[in-house]
Design a protein around this ligand. Structure first.
Ligand SMILES: Cc1ncc(COP(=O)(O)O)c(C=O)c1O
Length: 469
């Protein structure tokens, strides 16, 4: 089904550009210097050193004219901001949740909720925990367990819902772990395994199990609209339903959700923490005063709340979602035709390259994913992000050698409404050069790492160039 003219094969960006921002154009020599200064970790690069930034789709999208207009109308009252009540009405209307709590971003929603649910010493079961969720569970002395279906780890398997929970595994964990399980989390779409969606029928089955074992079901709903669109496209019986109706079904199955509003909220900052249980909402509101501020602003300005209220409605537009998912599929198709091993099928917000398959000569302990991000930056000033052993691996307590992650991926994440088709053509052209040089690429070693979420700050160097510390 297409919302653009049926006789055209080109799905156009359903907007025109009203404000422009120049992007950096650099030489290879300059980029070599920038990357050395950044200790071979593209997270350490400055914005002005990057030409096309595909590091993340988080807070990097363009706001609409209507959102900027709402910004001017934001109510900056400290307690009881009218912008909060507008946002509350919109979120309740879309999701049906009773208690709406704004936060400054997704990870603070996670931290507050997990603390309020007293997860210390308990297990959290998820299809896949996003890295901040995993880190928060562990920081609060809980144990995160991922139970995604096996197909999720088979890059060439074109299962339409590779974000799904393995229902048999979930049931056996619930039986075996009993009271040790604090809650169940469903991340929609499932970022960790490639922006892959969760089907409505899988969510329904997870919800039924959660009810049977009396466990709360929480959605990590950062990309709820993209997930709903992919349900509409791929799930039997959903094609003729509205995205809004599918979204509502998804939220009706849950007891609450955390959301980084920097994705499908179409804003540059913000988060939501929403639950149906009043006592839990009260505990969250008490905790949030420590880190976020008063519960009607949650660490945000009134104008941020106002822009979010508009963004949450705009993201449900069929023409927008059709273009959004088509733009990811466009890059996916271009890279497939060059020969890149990718996660299939094309997913919600990014194209994921299988760096282990691209660089079979570089072992996981030499971070093939980070190597690819380095090559990409050097070749054309493009920044992607490793989702592999630097992000998820950890040093073995005795040997100090890294235990590798399940996969070595590089995510090329497409910011919302930001880049055009010619930018994607440029990315494909640069990637063709990277493909041509793949046999010459060399591994990296860590020279410094922090204790938590090391991928953001780690320093690396080419293997053999210096000893690690
Ligand atoms: C699925 C998912 N959950 C949670 C988060 C954390 O959100 P934030 O970056 O707003 O803290 C992210 C961010 O990328 C995400 O992708």
């Amino acid at each position: 089904m297409s919302f653009s003219d049926q006789s055209r094969k080109t799905i156009i960006e359903p907007f025109r550009i009203k404000t422009v921002e120049p992007i950096a154009q650099t030489t290879r020599q300059q980029r070599e210097g920038f990357l050395t200064d950044a200790c071979y970790n593209p997270f350490r690069l400055r914005g002005g050193q990057v030409t096309i930034d595909l590091l993340t789709d988080s807070g990097t999208g363009a706001m609409s004219a209507a959102q900027w207009a709402a910004v001017m109308l934001g109510d900056e009252t400290y307690a009881g901001s009218e912008s909060f009540y507008d946002l509350e009405r919109v979120v309740q209307g879309i999701t049906g949740m009773k208690f709406i709590i704004p936060t400054h971003q997704g990870r603070s929603s996670e931290h507050i909720l997990l603390e309020a649910m007293n997860t210390a010493g308990h297990v959290v079961l998820a299809n896949s925990h996003f890295d901040t969720t995993k880190a928060n569970v562990e920081y609060l002395k809980g144990t995160p367990i991922d139970l995604v279906i096996a197909e999720a780890h088979q890059p060439n398997n074109v299962h339409p819902f590779k974000g799904n929970m393995d229902l048999d595994k979930l049931e056996s964990h619930l039986k075996e772990l009993g009271d040790h399980v604090a809650l169940i989390i469903m991340t929609i779409t499932n970022n960790t395994v490639g922006g892959q969606p969760v089907s409505l029928s899988n969510l329904q089955a997870v919800s039924a199990l959660a009810k049977r074992f009396n466990k709360p079901l929480i959605l990590d709903a950062a990309r709820f609209a993209e997930n709903a669109w992919l349900i509409k496209q791929r799930e039997d019986g959903q094609q003729h339903r509205s995205v809004r109706a599918i979204v509502r079904d998804m939220f009706d199955l849950a007891d609450g959700f955390t959301m980084s509003s920097k994705k499908d909220g179409l804003v540059n900052i913000g988060g939501l923490l929403c639950v149906n249980d009043e006592a839990l909402a009260d505990r969250c509101k008490s905790l949030m005063i420590l880190t976020e501020g008063f519960p009607t602003y949650g660490g945000l300005a009134g104008r941020d709340l106002a822009a979010l209220a508009v963004g949450l409605e705009e993201v449900l537009d069929d023409a927008y979602l059709e273009y959004r998912i088509a733009s990811v599929a466009y890059l996916h198709k271009a890279l497939t035709s060059i020969g890149f091993p990718l996660i299939n099928p094309s997913g919600g917000h990014a194209v994921y390259v299988d760096a282990k398959a691209l660089y079979p000569h570089i072992p996981p302990t030499q971070y093939p994913g980070v190597v690819l991000t380095n090559e990409l930056y050097l070749a054309g000033g493009i920044r992607g992000v490793e989702i592999g052993t630097l992000m998820f691996g950890h040093p073995h307590p005795e040997t100090g050698v890294d235990c590798p992650a399940a996969m070595e991926l590089v995510r090329l994440t497409i910011p919302r409404r930001t880049y055009t088709q010619s930018h994607m053509d440029y990315v494909a052209e640069v990637m063709a050069d990277v493909w041509g040089n793949r046999h010459q690429a060399k591994g990296l070693q860590i020279t410094w790492q922090g204790p938590i979420l090391r991928a953001f700050t780690a320093k690396l160097a080419p293997v053999g160039s210096m000893s690690s510390v």
